[in-house]
Design a protein around this ligand. Sequence first.
Ligand SMILES: *Cc1c(COP(=O)(O)O)cnc(C)c1O
Length: 394
Amino acid sequence: MIPFNKPYLTGKEMHYMYQAVYSGKISGNGVYTQKCQKYFQNRYGIKKALLTTSCTDALEMCALLIDIKPGDEVIVPSYTFVSTALAFARQGAKIVFADSREDHPGMDEKTLEELITPRTKAIVPVHYAGIACDMDKVMALAKRYNLIVVEDAAQAIEANYKGRPLGSIGHLAAFSFHETKNVISGEGGLLAINDDRFIDRSEIIWEKGTNRAEFFRGEVNKYEWIDTGSSFLPSEITAAFLWAQLENLEDIQAKRKAIWNTYHSKLQSWANHNDIKQPQIPSYAGNNAHMYYLCFESLLQRQRVIEQLKDLDIQAVSHYLSLHDSKYYRSKNYEIDRTFPMSDRYTDCLLRLPLYYELSKEDQQRIIEALKSIRLQPVSSNGMDKKVTADSNA
Ligand SMILES: *Cc1c(COP(=O)(O)O)cnc(C)c1O
């Protein structure tokens, strides 16, 4: 089976983890943590970077930093991972969903202004597949209405907006190093702080509400409980693993981009001919090859493709279920008088193809040939769709 994802090891991970273990400092905020944080600060021009145990945690830190309280509203795309909304919902925010763009699963910036109310506190753009949201538009709205922008840059390492690194534009941003992302540490994340107002408090929230980080720098002679927080920092073992990945970042990216470009060019005429949508990259967005996806014409068509690829030993997968339609959100009984046709469409029709460092040229060619060989059923009428289902079950 060609898997959808395979975590890539650069070869140095165990070595650095061994060093971390035998250095005698295994808990967080040691040498490797600081190496990783400095790396991101320098490379992306982030004012302060803090490693976290996940992107979810980094988003939760954002919710604490911006003082989300019950009654506040936070604008989030419906087509995203649970954490984007959950981090704010658990502090009591009402989540207000934005629909996706027609040409791209990211939030439709045109619709944002009408979602803003006097209770709106923040906008959380998600750079889906590492493809930037139109950040000039988002930041201009935030300025006009005095809102905080938290970039969910979980998928956006090495991607850019008009040449500016994603994660360095919003007031705050969160990255992920989950094993499904470009650069990994098993579980792991990073909080990026680009607005001075949040710098001092961030370190306190990160260290269980204490000024322990200051204490270890010798700036105070005892540390104590001074704010809210949690244990958001990863151990040095995780940071050491991440460091081995960061040392190979450019190699990882070059390989992923080559795979992405091969899919894009070799599937082009087939996709055009069959009305299957390939990713569209807006001119302002620099692609980081996080994901290669296709958008089919219907749920049924996509499901048949998944099944047929599986029969050919290829694992291709769907992605998010729109959050506006989730069990948890519906249980809140918010009155929503809007629909989310684009988010629903990506929920039903989007398919992700295998993309990982060790995907061989031969295996990728096999995936491309397999896709082209699939008999795509007409999707024009429900009657036909039903007949197709019956056929396939026979
Ligand atoms: C992966 C992902 C997350 C969650 O990241 P974790 O590190 O697993 O917590 C959040 N948002 C988006 C858009 C993601 O892709």
